[in-house]
Design a protein around this ligand. Structure first.
Ligand code: UGA
Length: 451
């Protein structure tokens, strides 16, 4: 099928390449000429495992092209909107400038019968507001939220754990789960049916395909991220209690995680969540709920945010209090800058925040990261950056692990690290090191919510 993808950032670049890899003819469109030049050359503008391969394959096969010219969207059957919805500069709400601009720019090139599929994360109600403009052009708007995780984006796009499509009127399937068995609920012009065709390979493998209304589809996305953020802050709240009782939050997480109703995933206590999604999405959700007069329904999200931000402060406190005379002039090596491993994304990175705060307190901070240094350097030029991990460790008075890359949690032996540093103090901001092995190698180990 001919598809256009408007917005070639994280979501759009991966979506374009992934859709080409399953056989569609895709045109990726973005206003950023540098991004388009890079993608057209088969180069991913950011670090994402597997993306360079499917980009090159798509371009070589002729199925995948990138352009800055919106006119090239003409003729595509489905137009995916994958532009960013950042936090507004002066508040918590989402900034919808790019979504509105993308729709406005696309309108002149829509053919009657086209489908516009929103993928951006938007406040509930956005689709209903956009729909009349799209319908006036004879096209149909659906909302098809994206659940990809950075670092696993290619796999999550080609082989998602569920597909959700919101359509303007609620479908008649009782459970809302459209398993394809009832042909009478769909026809060739049914927009959900067209999306089913787009995602055919995943659906054929049994991926649940949920057809719902526009508002539910928008809410599925924000509530999923709100739930994940809540899970992380829940375990971090338990870490705070563990810290005053001598309990170990990692063992607690293991024990409660065995209950399948709870599950162990996303119970990793540490310096908390960051990135371009979870923090801004819970804030935008709070802001939207306030607008709807239901602020109290999600007021707990303010607490989730507050717990999350406190954990960065806790990691800083652990470093400062590890020294009898404070951190002024102390050499602190920060292992990690990305908001999580397998990514070079530093948006709202707890790792960099810890580094910046330590620098602000007078420490001599050196930061290293396998992928994110270029981005970090640009945003925080005041920090010292060293590419080589061992070089970064040499002569350090304390080490702080803030992104759990394998380079630090698996491939760095505590004995080797001890041979490089001046002081054997380690603060494990992600609870990712083997505490007993580090202690046995002579380190004073501090974890998050661990004795
Ligand atoms: C998140 C969601 O997981 C995706 O499903 C969603 O599609 C995406 O946002 C989005 O809205 O686009 P992502 O931001 O890539 O994906 O990162 P996550 O893997 O969710 O991690 C978020 C943060 O939580 C990271 O800083 C990570 O270090 C932290 N985290 C994660 C913890 O502190 N503890 C955990 O146990 C798990």
């Amino acid at each position: 099928m001919r598809l256009s993808v408007i917005g070639c950032g994280y979501l759009g670049a991966v979506h374009s390449a992934a859709m080409a890899s399953i056989g569609h003819e895709v045109i990726g469109i973005d206003v950023d000429a540098r991004k388009i030049a890079s993608l057209s050359a088969g180069e991913a503008p950011f670090f994402e495992p597997g993306l360079p391969e499917i980009l090159s394959e798509g371009i070589a096969s002729g199925n995948l092209r990138f352009t800055t010219d919106m006119a090239e969207a003409k003729g595509a059957k489905v137009h995916f909107i994958g532009v960013g919805t950042p936090q507004q500069a002066d508040g918590y709400a989402a900034d919808l400038t790019y979504v509105n601009a993308a729709v406005d720019a696309l309108l002149p090139y829509l053919n009657p019968g086209d489908i516009v599929a929103g993928k951006s994360t938007v406040p509930v109600g956005t689709a209903a507001e956009l729909a009349p403009r799209i319908e006036a052009a004879g096209a149909t708007l659906v909302w098809n939220p994206e659940f990809l995780r950075e670092g696993w984006a290619v796999q999550d796009t080609i082989d998602p754990d569920r597909l959700v499509v919101g359509v303007a009127s609620r479908p008649s399937t009782g459970s809302g789960i459209d398993d394809g068995s009832d042909a009478s609920t769909s026809s060739a012009t049914d927009p959900a049916e067209v999306l089913r065709e787009v995602y055919h390979p995943a659906i054929a493998k049994g991926t649940p395909f949920i057809v719902t209304d526009l508002a539910t589809a928008e809410l599925v996305k924000v509530s999923a991220n709100a739930f994940l953020a809540t899970k992380i802050s829940f375990i971090n709240a338990m870490a705070e209690i563990a810290e005053v009782t001598g309990a170990d939050v990692t063992q607690l997480a293991d024990a409660i995680g065995h209950d399948v109703r709870i599950g162990r995933r996303f119970l990793g206590a540490g310096i908390g969540f960051g990135g371009g999604c979870l923090p801004k999405d819970i804030r935008a959700f709070s802001a939207r709920a306030e607008e709807l007069g239901r602020g109290e329904s999600v007021s707990f999200l303010r607490e989730i945010d507050a717990i999350n931000l406190r954990r960065r402060e806790r990691a800083v406190h652990l470093v400062v209090s590890a020294f009898d005379d404070g951190v002024v002039g102390k050499k602190v090596t920060v292992l990690g800058a990305a908001f999580k491993p397998h990514s070079d994304d530093i948006r709202d990175s707890p790792a960099l925040d810890v580094a910046v705060r330590l620098k602000g307190l007078g420490a001599e901070v050196t930061v290293t990261d396998p992928e994110a240094l270029e981005n970090a350097r640009r945003q925080h030029p005041q920090l010292n950056y060293v590419d080589d991990r061992d070089e970064a460790l040499r002569g350090a008075d304390a080490v702080v692990v803030v992104t759990e890359w394998d380079e630090y949690r698996r491939q760095l032996s505590p004995e080797h690290a001890a041979s490089l540093v001046a002081g054997t103090i380690v603060v494990d901001g992600r609870n990712c090191l083997d505490a007993s092995a580090w202690r046995a190698a002579g380190w004073t180990y501090y974890g998050m919510g661990r004795p």
